[in-house]
Design a protein around this ligand. Structure first.
Ligand SMILES: Nc1ncnc2c1ncn2[C@@H]1O[C@H](COP(=O)(O)OP(=O)(O)OP(=O)(O)O)[C@@H](O)[C@H]1O
Length: 305
């Protein structure tokens, strides 16, 4: 479990995080979203003891990171995949990290294998592609077999195979009961990977929601097709729905659930040939929620419709 409580972080006069509170629970992948400059990296850095809070607290497993006795065994993180000694091989980088944390060499071989780097373990990390560096950063995060993992933009620079590998790894780790906090700007990827979402803007909490709740909240009603569309429209309007007629017997209905529409149609003996709830895409929902809270929110860009 990660707990962020009333966390505020200032850099001089700039307020990077502003009384932010949320929890990240075990057994789920929690996506961490927000426009550029929203405060995601700063929050992660405070959780990992790399920056001190101005006020409030961030706890991992109930304690501040800095008070953990063997942090690598409890918390793993990928923040900046480029932060490597370029002259070291992947193997010696991981062995060095393992030794620092009292972890045996056998585990190094395991994480190299898991990250798909066993074949290049002796090559200089400085010559690695961005994708290979990401994999090495992930291998390092996994070294201590921690129950809590934080990943800042882990799919950056990964090819489609790599993106799928990350997605499956995250899902597996959550299924093992680990706590996973994952930041990414790739909405399509979040939709496939995350169970819950924490969305922030200008350092503040905008939403703490499940992926499904968010898509439903911005859903665009139900598309209904009937050979007696006009009759059905009258019945549905009478029941309080807002109905817009489209071509070929299609109605766009909001204000009633699919089950209510079906029941009403049946009660009036009106055949229905199709009903499909139209959820908003996660990207649409996200853009509407965060409209105006970006660093560079331009007029007409991502504004609420
Ligand atoms: N070391 C620092 N010194 C001064 N200001 C900082 C520092 N680190 C972050 N900030 C500022 O704090 C705010 C939050 O930045 P942060 O990097 O946490 O956002 P982010 O959500 O991770 O953004 P991105 O999606 O672009 O990575 C920004 O306005 C940034 O300029």
């Amino acid at each position: 479990m990660i707990e962020v409580r009333e966390l505020t972080k200032r850099y001089g006069r700039a307020l990077a995080v502003d009384r932010l509170s949320f929890e990240v629970r075990p057994g789920e992948v929690t996506g961490f979203l927000g426009p550029n400059g929203a405060g995601k990296s700063t929050t992660m850095r405070v959780v990992l003891g790399l920056a001190a809070p101005t006020s409030g607290a961030a706890l991992v497993g109930g304690r501040p990171y800095t008070s953990l006795r063997r942090p690598a065994r409890q918390v793993g993180a990928l923040l900046d995949a480029g932060a490597l000694h370029p002259g070291r091989s992947a193997l010696s980088h991981l062995r060095w990290l393992a030794r620092e944390n009292g972890i045996g060499d056998a585990r190094v071989a395991q994480v190299l294998e898991q990250a798909g780097l066993a074949g290049v373990a002796r090559r200089r990390a400085g010559g690695f592609s961005l994708g290979m560096k990401q994999r090495l950063g992930i291998a390092a995060a996994l070294l201590g077999d921690p129950g809590i993992l934080l990943f800042d933009e882990p799919v950056n620079g990964l090819d489609p195979d790599g993106v799928r590998w990350i997605r499956e790894l995250m899902r597996e780790m959550a299924a093992e009961g680990r706590t996973i906090l994952l930041s990414s700007h790739l909405m399509s990827e979040m939709e496939l990977t995350a169970d819950r979402l924490i969305i922030i803007g200008r350092g503040r909490l905008i939403a703490d929601t499940s992926v499904r709740e968010l898509a439903d909240r911005f859903g665009q009603g139900v598309l209904v097709r009937s050979p007696r569309a006009a009759d059905l429209a009258e019945v549905l309007t009478g029941a309080g729905a807002a109905v817009a007629s489209g071509p070929a017997g299609c109605l766009s209905v909001s204000g009633l659930e699919v089950s209510d529409i079906g029941d009403l149609a049946a009660r009036h003996g009106i055949a229905v040939h199709e009903m499909s709830p139209r959820g908003a895409s996660l990207e649409e929902a996200y853009l509407r929620l965060t409209a105006g809270s970006g660093d560079h929110a331009a007029p007409g860009h991502g504004t609420a419709r």
